[in-house]
Design a protein around this ligand. Structure first.
Ligand code: SF4
Length: 277
């Protein structure tokens, strides 16, 4: 399969007429979209057919890192949003619709989405949070929570993705709690996580990353002979409102938001953050 090192390598394949049949303003913009994996090369009707077939109608270069992958996925979801009736989706999902935007509560704060899939909010959103929000709007069933909470791995199809979830979400959150429990509690307050009780957990809070997708966060301090622990729980029907991959991304997004705020308050960057910087 041909490989491109930059959008300019792809640009060479087009006639540079800027005819806009690919729905991009210029051939260069389309070349950049193909390079980033947002569009298949076959979207250009003027490109040589054999060449398009050689690329299998797929993006020229697949995203190389999980950050690029999630960004490309977010762009695909933004394109899908244009086909969604946002007013009807708001009714279904416990959200509001006004002036062409659907507004829902994410961690207690308003986040609005327009027909282009653009997000507007006072909170800093990242693609890891944008993906679950857009997926919830496109596919969410709007099912009321059952009230029964289970760990991620007990969600339908949660088992295979649990290792990644633990790595991207539970471990970074546990590290913040281990390092500065007061700061961790303050961050939970910032995101409107309300206290609850769960077994013998030292901290048990319920937060709402999405209106019908509650999440309980439990932390146990280290005790003689036992390491500390942090575990997240979701409603048993959460995967009907948000698929498990998006719940996984949501967990990673929340962990990143906590890490960013913790860093602002003087906590050293985690190894994962240093690698992403
Ligand atoms: S359809 Fe092809 S030729 Fe036309 S603007 Fe897009 S890339 Fe350029």
């Amino acid at each position: 399969m041909p490989q491109a090192r930059s959008p300019m390598d792809i640009l060479k394949l087009f006639d540079k007429s800027n005819c806009r049949q690919c729905n991009e303003p210029t051939c260069l913009a389309f070349a950049a979209a193909v390079f980033k994996g947002r569009k298949p090369i076959s979207d250009c009707p003027r490109v040589d057919k054999e060449l398009a077939e050689a690329f299998g109608g797929q993006p020229v270069e697949q995203p190389r890192t999980s950050e690029q992958e999630i960004e490309a996925f977010m762009h695909r979801l933004q394109e899908k949003i244009s086909g969604v009736d946002l007013a009807a989706a708001a009714d279904r999902l416990g959200a509001k619709y006004e002036n062409g935007r659907l507004t829902l509560k994410v961690l207690g704060k308003n986040v609005s989405v327009d027909a282009d899939g653009k997000l507007y909010s006072d909170i800093h959103t990242n693609p890891w949070i944008a993906v679950p929000i857009l997926t919830y709007i496109i596919d969410g069933a709007g099912k009321p929570p059952s009230g029964q909470l289970v760990p991620f791995r007990e969600l339908k199809n949660g088992g295979p993705g649990y290792g990644l979830f633990r790595q991207r979400c539970e471990k970074p959150l546990k590290k913040i709690a281990d390092t500065d429990i007061e700061l961790f509690t303050n961050l939970l307050d910032i995101f409107n996580a309300r206290p609850t009780e769960h077994l013998d957990a030292d901290i048990a809070r319920v937060m709402h990353p999405l209106p019908r997708v509650p999440m309980m966060i439990c932390y146990w301090k280290a005790e003689e002979g036992f390491d500390s622990n942090l575990q997240l729980y979701f409603d048993k029907v959460a995967d009907e409102n948000l698929n498990v991959q998006s719940i996984n991304a949501m967990g990673a997004g929340i962990a990143r938001m906590f890490e960013k705020l913790a860093e602002k308050h003087g906590l050293p960057q985690s190894e994962a953050e240093r690698q992403r910087a």
